[in-house]
Design a binder for this molecule. Sequence first.
Ligand SMILES: *[C@@H]1O[C@H](CO)[C@@H](O)[C@H](O)[C@H]1NC(C)=O
Ligand SMILES: CC(=O)N[C@H]1CO[C@H](CO)[C@@H](O)[C@@H]1O
Length: 450
Amino acid sequence: MACFKKPWFASSEFSRNLQQRPRTHHILTVPFFLLSLFLLSASYTSNSPTPYPAATPLFPPSSPFSNSHMLSKPRSRSTLSSVTAAERTHANSTNSDSQAIRDLASCDIFDGTWVRDEHAEPLYQHASCPYLDDAFNCFKNGRSDFDYLKYRWKPHGCHIPRFDGLKMLRMLRGKRVVFVGDSLNRNMWQSLACSLRASLKDKTRIYEVSGRREFRTQGFFSLNFRDYACSIEFVKSPFLVQEWKVLRNTGQRETLRLDMIQASKSQYNNADIIIFNTGHWWNHYKTRNGINYFQEGNHVYERLQVSEALRKALKTWADWVDSRVDRRRTRVFFTGFSASHYKGGQWNSGGKCDGEKEPITNERYLGEYPWTMRILESVISEMKTPVFYLNITKMTDYRKDGHPSVNNNNKGRLRTTVQDCSHWCLPGIPDSWNELLYATLLIAHNNTHF
Ligand SMILES: *[C@@H]1O[C@H](CO)[C@@H](O)[C@H](O)[C@H]1NC(C)=O
Ligand SMILES: CC(=O)N[C@H]1CO[C@H](CO)[C@@H](O)[C@@H]1O
């Protein structure tokens, strides 16, 4: 095995932590989620993405290696030395930047704390980005305290380099990046789109492929950065598997096909980077407690535990990735469960998070690692395709101060009764996820000389 170069991701934190983590298997109830305003049916635009120029693969062909290999090998030397080299490329940057990149590849970037930084500047200005959902645009919706933007994510073992949009676009030249999942991934996608846009001098060099701005109701959206022939896309697929309908004598009934990956017109399996997520829709409310909801083939389960259904669905997803995604070309990410902070109720029963102005500092008040992510981890560990897990659960759990709460454009009477304590204000917390994504690409970039 030592004769071929080990890809950067083979030694990711995912592998290490998977082994060390004690396995506890109890199921806990994830806070009920999702605002009625986002429970909209998936609809696709008729536009398909523009073709992409042939480009060098983002990740070099490497011999396929088994997952057990990926999980058991210690960190490779090449990954470590790449950091030193990356530091060199930062020679002209400030001291803190070169320090930032040191040890990046060998550190768990998801294990850290939020540090207050009075000089922190958002990656883009409020109201300056046209790609924001109204619901995420807290400034526009009346939020007046902006202290939540004054924190930086600081991993314990390293510094995160400053996000450089132009550098990221250069790395993504000719590439197609697709986010697939629920509205938390849309939150992240909009954050990335806005962060990259802010780095462009000429903002007209971004082409909205579908030419519309109703992000929320659309199932597919694509932004093309013309000068880089790069596209940043979002495909709505909250369960990753297919929402379905069956005809019963009582009428039509909605089900979820656990055995089918959700179809998408955008055919993203050949993208260069795919960033999946799922989690928040696997609650008892959305899945009707698993009663007459989950379906495999023609069989609709009278009752199936939501956790069992999630495992089946993720297995379907994993098989699809392993068989349909070319792992020599495509890098697969999975965004973990982003924490919600409803106090005194759930989203639909008066739960609140307004008035939260500071992050949690005492770890004792953090929630438990969600059962959904434990299932995800076990499914990923059996895949042939290396998946880089963006383990953001804990880092988001601290940030009870970053949600739209009442500043969610929930006009009228709803405004006082339904708060959004699941999604995040933008600019805001998802910008940090993209900084971590950027950091992982920096390492990959150097490792592969593309
Ligand atoms: C993800 O982070 C949690 C802490 O929030 C940790 O318990 C878990 O083991 C991590 N998973 C992986 C694969 O690193
Ligand atoms: C591990 C690795 O490939 N490191 C490379 C990083 O980039 C510099 C130059 O850009 C190379 O010299 C290193 O070999």
